[in-house]
Design a protein. Structure first.
Length: 113
């Protein structure tokens, strides 16, 4: 059974940082591309970033230079380091196994003073 469990969300002031984690199980983690998406109420879920099995990364223009995706194959975990956070980064963040229907439950990130 595929499981993706996010953690690390919370409330942070503008300009602050957060690091999200996604613990994966039930599939061969090291050969799968993984991604982070986010969604705000009333809007479609949007792609944030992807990391391939080989470690190549891509980012949405809105987060380039501020967010960093990484993965630890020994821990079956993918991370999202978020720096210089802005109020418009407020959303529920989801972990996703690329090419599958597997999603985590989401973790809320709120950027507000």
């Amino acid at each position: 059974q595929v499981q993706l469990v996010e953690s690390g969300g919370g409330l942070v002031q503008p300009g602050g940082s957060l690091k999200l984690s996604c613990a994966a199980s039930g599939f061969i983690f090291e050969i799968n591309a993984m991604g982070w998406y986010r969604q705000v109420p009333g809007k479609e879920r949007e792609w944030v970033t992807t990391i391939t099995s080989g470690g190549s990364t891509n980012y949405a223009d809105s987060v380039t230079g501020r967010f960093t995706i990484s993965r630890d194959k020994a821990k079956n975990t993918v991370y999202l380091q978020m720096n210089s956070l802005k109020p418009e980064d407020t959303a529920v963040y989801y972990c996703h196994r690329i090419g599958s229907k597997a999603w985590g439950q989401g973790t809320q990130v709120t950027v507000s003073s």
